[in-house]
Design a protein around this ligand. Sequence first.
Ligand SMILES: C[S@@+](CC[C@H](N)C(=O)[O-])C[C@H]1O[C@@H](n2cnc3c(N)ncnc32)[C@H](O)[C@@H]1O
Length: 192
Amino acid sequence: MKDKYYHTKESVEEYIELARDVDSRGLIEKFKQILPHNSKVLEIGSGPGSDWKILSTTYRVIGSDNSSLFVDHLRTNNPGGKFIELDAITLDTNIKFEGIYSNKVLHHLKDSELVDSIIRQYNLLRPGGIVCHSFWKGEGTEDFKGMYVNYQTEKTLKKMFEDYFEILSIEQYKEFEESDSLVIIGRKRNAL
Ligand SMILES: C[S@@+](CC[C@H](N)C(=O)[O-])C[C@H]1O[C@@H](n2cnc3c(N)ncnc32)[C@H](O)[C@@H]1O
């Protein structure tokens, strides 16, 4: 689903302000423990670009977003960085990656869209490729200012990812409140 929220100048500016103090180093450390340094990584939904900046110190990262406003912001603020306009569901690119990362992006997808995205990620990854994605933990869905939120649990994530990825871990962590978030790390299965 395309969220209206990220496609107006006002809301993009508002989100950039809101996300200014978000610190994703803990999450990225978990990814770094599994994926070798200097690997080629796709970040889905880079938004303001704070995770992209941290990832770039270790990996060859291509940042992406389906909002052209965020892609413009990323290009303006990171000259020399590589950014593409890309939708998380279709992931319409021929570039191959060793890792795919997102932080609080894939909860904007309905379950059926998330499964489509998982299959595309499987196809874009080289053998043994790693995914690392965070989600809001919970049940059901919500609409907030035109922003669709699809909560996930350990069980629902396992069910959607496990046919394509060996689940290396699914952990709870705190973004704002205790255990309000989940991070899943998986390795591409050899053959389906
Ligand atoms: C909650 S923000 C997270 C941004 C960034 N990862 C961070 O942690 O600050 C969600 C981002 O995902 C992007 N997004 C939402 N739905 C998307 C989709 N279907 N495909 C690609 N990007 C999407 C939004 O434009 C926004 O930049």
